[in-house]
Design a protein around this ligand. Structure first.
Ligand code: FMN
Length: 224
C-alpha cells in the first residue's frame, strides 16, 4: 500500500476475525514502529504483548471503571474524562453505569493485546510544572503507538488505541509485574479487521490550522 493510502485509512478497529496474528507478523510491525521519535531519543517505551486469556480478563476488569465514567459523562452531556471539569454524575451513578461491549470485547477477541508502558525516568516532560494535565510526556509514546497501527494497516491488520485502563494504573502494573516507575499509556488490541473503513471522518485542514496567529486566516488546502 502507498503511505498516503495507509494514512487515510488507518481507522479504529474493534472487531477482529478469528485469524491469528503470528509473532512473525507482530515482529515485522514492531520492527518498523520502533523508528518513531521520542523526546531526547530516550526511548522509554516498554510494550507487553499479551496473548494469555486470564491476563486479558483481568485487563477487561481494569478497563471497566474508566469506561463507566466515560459513558456516564457522555450520557450527562459532558466531555468524558476532560481535565477541566470534574464529572457531574456521582460516584454511585458512575458505578451503576453499564459497560458497552465495544469497549471490552476487543480485549477478549483480538489475537494479541499490546499494553504500552513508559519509564517515567526516560520522559522529558517539559509541561510538568504547569497548572494543567501533562501532555508532553505522551508525545514520547504515541508516535510509536501510531507507527504500530500504520504498520499493522499496511500488513492487513488493525487495532485501536484504548486508554480506559490507565485510570487503574497501579493494578495494571502489578498484573504485568512492571515497576511502579512506569506509566500506562494505552492498551492496543491488534488483529485482522472484520470491516476495514475506507473513509475517515476528520476535520478539514482549514478548520484547525491558521496562519501566524490563533485567530489568523485558515490555511486552505487546494490540492489534497
Ligand atoms: C488517545 C486515544 C484514546 C482512545 N481511547 C479509546 C478507548 O479507550 N476505547 C476505544 O474503544 N477507543 C478509543 N480510542 C479510539 C477513538 O475512539 C478513535 O480513534 C476515534 O473515534 C476515531 O475513530 P476512526 O479512526 O475509526 O474514525 C482512543 C483513541 C485515542 C487517540
Amino acid at each position: 500500500m502507498e503511505l498516503s493510502d495507509v494514512m487515510r485509512t488507518t481507522a479504529a478497529i474493534r472487531e477482529f476475525t478469528a485469524d491469528p496474528l503470528p509473532d512473525a507478523v507482530l515482529a515485522r510491525i514492531l520492527e518498523l514502529a520502533r523508528f518513531a521519535p521520542s523526546g531526547g531519543n530516550r526511548q522509554g517505551v516498554r510494550i507487553v504483548a499479551v496473548r494469555d486469556h486470564e491476563t486479558r480478563e483481568r485487563m477487561v476488569e481494569l478497563t471497566k471503571p474508566g469506561v463507566r465514567r466515560y459513558v456516564a459523562q457522555i450520557k450527562a452531556g459532558e466531555g468524558p474524562w476532560n481535565p477541566l471539569t470534574p464529572p457531574g454524575p456521582t460516584a454511585e451513578e458512575i458505578a451503576a453505569t453499564k459497560v458497552p461491549d465495544s469497549f471490552i470485547e476487543p480485549l477478549r477477541h483480538a489475537p494479541v493485546v499490546l499494553v504500552v508502558l513508559v519509564d517515567q525516568a526516560a520522559l522529558a516532560s517539559t509541561d510538568q510544572d504547569l497548572d494543567r494535565v501533562g501532555l508532553v510526556g505522551g508525545a514520547s509514546v504515541f508516535p510509536l503507538v501510531w507507527n504500530i497501527l500504520l504498520a499493522a494497516r499496511a500488513e492487513g491488520y488493525g487495532g485501536v488505541i484504548t486508554t480506559m485502563a490507565a485510570s487503574q494504573e497501579p493494578a495494571v502494573l502489578e498484573l504485568l509485574g512492571a515497576p511502579a516507575s512506569h506509566a500506562v499509556a494505552c492498551v492496543v488490541p491488534l488483529g485482522r479487521p472484520v470491516h476495514q473503513p475506507t473513509r475517515l471522518r476528520r476535520r478539514e485542514v482549514a478548520e484547525f490550522v491558521t496562519r501566524e496567529r490563533f485567530d489568523g486566516e485558515p490555511l486552505e488546502v487546494t490540492s489534497p
